[in-house]
Design a binder for this molecule. Sequence first.
Ligand code: X6L
Ligand code: MG
Ligand code: MG
Length: 155
Amino acid sequence: MTRAFLGLGSNMGDSWALLRDAVGSLAGVVAVSPVYRTDPVGGPGGQSPFLNIVVEIDTELTPRQLLGVCHRLESAADRVRTVRWGPRTLDVDILWIDGVTVDEPDLQVPHPRMRQRRFVMAPLADIAPDLAGDAWRDRAEGHVHRLGPLDARPG
Ligand code: X6L
Ligand code: MG
Ligand code: MG
């Protein structure tokens, strides 16, 4: 079994429920970060804030099979691709797989820009401080605010 980390984000629809349902349909979940409300980074202006989490899974899938899982979760959330980096019901990205490097046009592991994004590194640091370190704290972009556990939705 191999340890992998996925980054999930949503800024359309009922984001909290979309994240909860996505995690609920993932196999091999080991840890789920707190939910963060995060300022949009990149993409067109005027987007709503995101909710972001990071999930650790144990898996025997290949990286490409895992990418298929990510796409299946996005489809289940009725993701529609319109504007590049535009609003989305659900985005699921592979961040890290222990011992694995992939550099293909549609699949890069580790995620090449994760250390520049506070919306990735803050939740990652909560569940994998060994992996996240803290060099990112000075450099990463975007304000983030920790809301709390995914299973304790604020009223
Ligand atoms: C210059 C050019 C600087 C592009 C930054 C950064 C583009 C991030 C895209 C960039 C640039 C992205 C999320 C998000 C997106 C998310 C939050 C992306 C892809 N996804 N913002 N923006 N959470 N807070 O999940 O990450 S679009
Ligand atoms: Mg993304
Ligand atoms: Mg993506």
